[in-house]
Design a protein around this ligand. Structure first.
Ligand SMILES: Nc1ncnc2c1ncn2[C@@H]1O[C@H](COP(=O)(O)OS(=O)(=O)O)[C@@H](OP(=O)(O)O)[C@H]1O
Length: 355
């Protein structure tokens, strides 16, 4: 109007225009900020989940995305070389056809038990699709909902088993009911290891990230004397396997929970992998042919990693030298765990032979 009549611009309208522009600018900035926040939230959940799996770990899942096996009719059967070639051809020709599904199996624990080794070995199986990072869905990110959880999973074909590992699930009080609410048929795997060695391994990891931390010996006992064991100290609490298992057994039958002997996973990985494949109803494809003992590492390694022709050992944070712990303290902790271990042997029907 001001231009047509030659009058000075209406100050009120000018101000309104300026406020409008300011409002638009602030809205855009806020929108960008929130988009960035959400993205950060998801990536953070991965980066914080594993000490040796950087953000790119989602790529473990994706790496598996070119996995060869497919069992279209959903039944487990022996696959011929022809079958494999056909499936590989189909995958190359067309877009990857799998769908993201909620997991059929979970490695629920225990921390420092050998869960990474188990997952890395299992992903050699063409009928397994495993998420590399620890999603911590049931213990930390439950509010994100099952749709979010499913979207984290690698794509899988009919008949393939989708799995993830989050060792904290075994000790998280809310997790069993939540897992049950997702699926009553889900298969659960727990890798257990002598709770005393496990505690020292756990502490070694914590100490590597916490400069100036108090000694293992002082944290393991109440009142800093070597009298009463502090069973609520996380490295010791996790080793109360019977207590944690009890909680799971109120939601799942024992037959749905498989226990991997952590020490034997190191001394005879093929044996433990055979048992896990049986438990998952899979053909025994991963055998002793897949492993070799790496003297430098002091652990079994893969002759060929999944998706590669190269030998592969686990990273530096797996199988590291433990901090020295006073032998008297180790002795006291063995005494402390003995009744708990015996109860665990009774509950599982397995003697793990921990001293
Ligand atoms: N093949 C192979 N290579 C290397 N390490 C192996 C292997 N098999 C089992 N282990 C044991 O795995 C222990 C680490 O356990 P987790 O992978 O469950 O740790 S974590 O909870 O994910 O941090 C790790 O514990 P530490 O020896 O205390 O480092 C190993 O003893």
């Amino acid at each position: 109007m001001a231009s047509s009549c030659g009058c000075p611009p209406d100050k009120g309208r000018l101000a309104a225009k300026l406020v409008g522009m300011l409002w638009f600018g602030v809205s855009c900035a806020l929108l960008l900020y929130f988009l960035h926040c959400c993205d950060f939230g998801i990536t953070e959940s991965f980066s914080s989940s594993r000490d040796d799996v950087p953000l790119g770990t989602v790529r473990y899942g994706e790496r598996n995305g070119t996995v060869t096996g497919a069992i279209g009719d959903g039944k487990r059967r022996k696959r011929s070389a022809g079958d494999r070639a056909e499936v590989e051809g189909l995958i190359k020709e067309k877009e990857w056809k799998g769908a993201r599904r909620l997991p059929h199996a979970l490695i629920i624990g225990v921390k420092k038990g050998g869960t990474r080794a188990l997952l890395e070995f299992l992903r050699l199986h063409p009928d397994i699709r495993a998420l590399g990072a620890e999603p911590h869905f049931f213990d930390r990110h439950y509010a994100r909902g099952l749709t979010w959880y499913r979207s984290m999973m690698p794509k899988a074909l009919d008949g393939q088993i989708v799995m993830e590992k989050t060792p904290r699930y075994f000790v998280s009080a809310e997790t069993p009911a939540r897992v049950r609410a997702m699926s009553r048929d889900v298969k659960l795997i727990v890798v257990v290891r002598d709770p005393v060695t496990r505690a020292i391994s756990d502490y070694t990891q914590i100490a590597s990230k916490t400069p100036g931390i108090s000694s293992f010996e002082s944290l393991a006992f109440k009142n800093r004397s070597w009298g009463q064991v502090d069973s609520l100290w996380s490295p010791l609490y996790i080793g109360l396997y019977a207590q944690h298992l009890e909680r799971w057994l109120t939601f799942f039958p024992l037959s749905q929970i498989h226990f991997v002997h952590g020490e034997r996973l190191v001394s005879d990985p093929a044996f433990e992998l055979g048992r896990v494949q049986d438990f998952l109803g899979l053909e025994r494809i991963i055998t002793d042919k897949h492993f070799y003992f790496n003297k430098t590492k002091g652990f079994p390694c893969l002759k060929k990693a999944e998706g590669s022709a190269e030998p592969h050992c686990l990273g530096k944070t797996k199988g590291r030298t433990h901090v020295h712990v006073n032998p008297d303290v180790i002795h006291k902790l063995r005494d402390f765990y003995r009744p708990h271990n015996l109860r665990f042997y009774q509950m599982t029907g397995m003697d793990f032979g921990w001293k």
